[in-house]
Write a protein that binds this ligand. Structure first.
Ligand SMILES: Nc1ncnc2c1ncn2[C@@H]1O[C@H](COP(=O)(O)OP(=O)(O)OP(=O)(O)O)[C@@H](O)[C@H]1O
Length: 739
């Protein structure tokens, strides 16, 4: 038996909270002291002061964010005879008492892994595991598992069954919660898997893929802090609402500073939210679009057909097409990106024209020698006709302009795509002023890759940023020595903070704004939906190829999604034998959906020929799947069953507005739709938007219409059906299986 009951744990946990409060008070005091320091002195000493203030602010915020279920576990160890405390408490962060003895182990340290992985069959040096279940700061229950083979029939039980079921039955809030207290063994193995390489986590709906991916990010940030602090971690999700849904998880695990981006936000400065129609998205997602963009960039240089007279300071100079042709060739030979090669082109063309003009002036009887060339060249550079001629031959381009032109200039697109049908080209056409879509983002990124920096100013700014960073690190080293804080903070972190204070941007913000940032690790959620072009963008952001990729290939509903992971990962890994250098882990237990709903969804999926990933539900709920014919009544009933639960009404895209308005009339301000609606009691959304989310009650309006409405409609409906944690109601019958 494990010693000490609930009262003992309550006292221990209370002491941990007291210690947490103490540490926070200390940090607050340090912050106040730093703020009191006189502001005078050099710019550097002010930056130092602000930097330390920020470090303390971050620490205070971290200590505040981890207060919910601070300690949740205790592990009894086999223990040496002289070990007076043969148990360890496991919590959200590590804590030490005043004598610096560990009183709480961070869940991510290797010694804590037995808390998640030990079984009766493989006890990993543990005698027993205790789950400590708290509400606020009060311990309300403890639950023990004893690793004694005679007591357990096998090792496949869910760990901490009671604690797990309580977590799973808890009402949803519209924000994802962490699972740190009840991570299951199969999940823990994935979370702690090594940083390097590509790890794919495949699992059916509700198997905890998102939860595992986020905990893995927290784990990696903790155990590879040095490596990831400066390079950062990027988490990519399908939409902004999905990111809102998951955004509180990492802070609650004591980690901030991760970059969260939707697929529409991967190109800095353009925030795309709308999607193209499936047929258009499919074309834009093809790997061959990369070639098209490359060809488009190459074809933007034009040699004039005929010699062109130009007016330069009242003189007429004839521009020979051969001059332009040779300057273009010279620039192309430099193999620089388009805008940077343009600088070579302009330089070369101006040199040729200067020589030509000097000769012409000499022929006219002027005395001109080499020392006059710089002046002539300057006159040429600023002459209107010359600028027009050079720009016509080679215009500086932004990615936006290139992509807009590609879509809007039918003739040009036709020249670039001889093998396409007119119908295919028509799919790409759109007005220049139309906003960019999520599916355009990879094309913009591809274009940026070929175009390079838009102008010298950008390039100069990048050089200056680099130089500044070097100066910051030197300053930081000096500051660390001055303040005698070696070992507490390293120069690079401090330098990042200089930059943050200076430019008032965090490392994460700088990473998000910099297209050329290369992240130390990238987590991709709902990865089954990504097109080859989207994978190319991610590879550019993570050239080290350290990825955690989670998804369910069977849930893919995007028209451009791949049918297998092997195919999906081709743009990331290439076709070489290295393609096999990725690891696949599978999750098999459905934690979200009660069995009767999971069974109905699975049956539907199989009848419609979807490749279902089998999983088993942890629990059943008391509500059978019901079919009704009125959405208002369905919502009223769901509210009656659970007044404070979250309700999703999933509809066809074209009836979103109408269903929303109808429900609003009945239920007023509790009903919402759109990006920021997730915290509302009743959320109206499409099946696509429901991806990755979950709700206590799900009501699906017109399932048949959802299936018929899009090319992979059956997948979309399958996703919608698997969003429920308690109740599923269908307004209208499921469509019959196709013959
Ligand atoms: N070990 C666990 N303890 C408690 N809750 C868990 C655990 N694992 C998963 N869950 C819960 O199960 C639900 C489903 O998890 P999650 O959203 O991560 O699944 P998913 O595999 O990403 O689903 P989908 O592919 O359908 O979007 C969440 O509410 C999550 O918190």
């Amino acid at each position: 038996m494990i010693d000490n009951g609930l009262e003992h744990e309550q006292r221990y946990v209370a002491a941990l909270y007291a210690r947490l409060d103490e540490l926070r008070a200390e940090a607050e005091e340090q912050l106040a002291a730093v703020r009191r320091q006189s502001v005078g002195g050099t710019h550097q000493s002010r930056t130092e002061r602000d930097t330390f203030a920020r470090l303390y602010e971050d620490r205070i915020a971290q200590l505040r964010d981890v207060t919910e279920r601070l300690a949740f576990g205790r592990l009894e160890l086999d223990g040496a005879p002289d070990d007076d405390a043969p148990h360890r408490y496991i919590g959200r962060i590590g804590l030490r008492d005043e004598e610096q003895r560990p009183v709480l182990l961070d869940w991510r340290v290797p010694q804590a892994s037995a808390f998640y992985q030990a079984t009766a069959a493989t006890p990993m040096g543990a005698r027993a595991r205790r789950h400590i279940i708290s509400k606020g700061r009060d311990v309300v229950r403890i639950e023990d598992e004893i690793f004694d083979e005679t007591l357990l029939t096998d090792g496949s039980e869910h760990q901490g069954e009671g604690a797990l079921l309580a977590a799973l039955r808890a009402q949803r809030t519209g924000r994802m919660a962490d699972i740190v207290a009840t991570i299951q063994a199969e999940q823990d193995r994935i979370i702690r898997s090594p940083l390097a390489g590509v790890l794919v986590v495949q699992g059916g709906p509700g198997t905890g893929k998102t939860a595992v991916a986020l905990h893995r990010a927290a784990y990696l940030l903790y155990s590879h802090r040095d490596r990831l602090r400066n390079s950062g971690v990027l988490i990519v999700g399908p939409s902004r609402s999905f990111l809102h849904y998951i955004e509180a998880v990492l802070p609650s695990l004591g980690e901030t500073g991760v970059v969260l981006a939707s697929l529409g936000q991967l190109f800095p400065d353009e925030e795309a939210t709308a999607h193209d129609a499936p047929a258009v998205a499919e074309i834009k997602g093809r790997a061959s679009m990369a070639d098209l963009v490359a060809r488009a960039v190459r074809s933007r240089q034009r040699v004039p057909a005929e010699p062109q007279p130009m007016n330069v300071n009242g003189d007429t100079l004839v521009l020979d097409p051969a001059t332009i042709a040779s300057a273009i060739q010279k620039a192309r030979d430099s193999r620089k990106p388009y805008n940077e090669a343009r600088v070579v082109f302009v330089k070369n063309a101006l040199s040729q024209l200067t020589r030509q003009w000097a000769e012409q002036l000499r022929d006219q009887g002027n005395s001109i020698d080499d020392s006059d060339h710089p002046m002539l060249r300057e006159d040429l550079r600023t002459a209107y006709d010359v600028r027009v001629a050079l720009n016509t031959a080679w215009l500086p381009l932004t990615p936006q302009k290139l992509v807009q032109d590609l879509y809007a200039r039918r003739q040009w697109l036709a020249e670039l795509t001889p093998g396409w049908s007119p119908e295919q080209r028509a799919l790409l056409f759109r007005e220049r002023s139309a906003p960019f879509t999520v599916d355009d983002v990879p094309l913009l990124d591809e274009a940026a890759e070929h175009l390079g920096e838009y102008d010298d100013v950008d390039a100069a700014r990048q050089r200056e940023d680099k130089a500044q960073r070097k100066r910051d690190i030197e300053n930081a080293e000096a500051a660390i020595e001055n303040m005698q804080v070696g070992g507490i903070v390293d120069a690079k972190t401090l330098a990042s903070n200089f930059a943050e204070t200076g430019a008032s941007r965090s490392t994460a913000e700088r990473a998000a704004a910099d297209r050329s940032w290369s992240y130390g690790h990238i987590v991709v959620d709902e990865a089954q939906e990504l097109s080859p072009m989207q994978w190319r963008v991610l590879l550019r952001r993570g050239p080290l190829r350290s990825f955690t990729i989670v998804g369910d290939i069977a849930q893919a509903s995007a028209a451009s999604a791949a049918p297998s992971w092997k195919r999906a990962l081709r743009p990331l890994l290439g076709r070489s034998p290295e393609t096999d250098r990725w690891r696949l882990e599978e999750l098999t237990v459905n934690y979200r959906t009660p069995s009767q709903i999971a069974d109905a969804a699975q049956e539907f999926a199989l009848a419609h020929g979807l490749p279902v990933t089998p999983s088993s539900s942890v629990r059943a709920s008391e509500w059978p799947v019901t079919v009704v014919d009125d959405v208002v009544a369905a919502v009223a009933e769901a509210r009656e069953a659970d007044a404070a639960g979250t309700i999703a009404v999933i509809v066809r895209p074209d009836s979103l507005r109408q269903v929303h308005d109808q429900l609003r009339q009945e239920f007023g301000g509790d009903v919402a739709y759109g990006e920021d609606s997730l915290l509302s009691a009743v959320v109206v959304l499409t099946a696509q938007e429901s991806k990755g989310l979950e709700f206590d009650s799900v009501i699906i309006v017109d399932p048949t219409g959802i299936v018929a409405g899009e090319p992979r409609g059956a997948s979309a409906l399958y996703v919608a059906m698997t969003r429920a944690t308690q109740r599923l109601t269908l307004v209208g019958e499921l469509p019959p299986a196709p013959a």
